[in-house]
Design a protein around this ligand. Sequence first.
Ligand code: GSH
Length: 209
Amino acid sequence: MDLYFAPLACSMATRIALYEAGGAATFIQVEGKTKRLPDDGDFRDVNPLGQVPVIRTDQGPLLTENSAILQYVARRHPEAKLLGRDDELPWLQQWVSFVSTEVHKGVFTPLFDAASSEETKGAALRRAASRLDVLEKHLAGREYLLDSFTIADAYLTTVLNWCRAVSLDLNRWPAVMDYFRRMQARPSVARAMQEEGELYVADQARQAA
Ligand SMILES: N[C@@H](CCC(=O)N[C@@H](CS)C(=O)NCC(=O)O)C(=O)O
């Protein structure tokens, strides 16, 4: 399986899931601005939208969309229980969708978009507060989004990591902050963040050169 990724992007959730499960993949880095691939190919030939993550399955077909990719990886490694218990599945899907649509796309995509107006960014920050309020209430007294670590935690942790890039102070949401600290201390997350952090710095340096 190949995973097309960009350092610290939402594709990091799949790396975390793979590390949790002890699963193997060939990681193919997409150059942030140019969309160049290590073999000098153009990533837009893989995904016309130029967005990561994409996986090429061992059977050949490509799979896009973080939510689908995370579920694919979890099903490939059932022993890691990354989907939680069977009776939790609707809530697993609820939280993966919440992170994807309400937080990733609803909050961070407009905040990261260089074309967003100040008004748009302000609206995204207001939206952030209500979404973080929901998480604060849910995570108070809980270790994970469900009863054990799942792909929803891999995705949420990846997305919360962007708060520092947009000056969103998580200390206003202490249960979310505690959760994020706990997740960062998890070996799979710590390893993914360390590795992708170094790749991110190198990518930025290349772009600035
Ligand atoms: N709908 C896609 C969106 C993925 C996405 O937003 N990827 C971002 C990184 S977090 C990206 O590749 N952005 C680069 C771009 O849009 O050019 C999914 O859920 O997987």
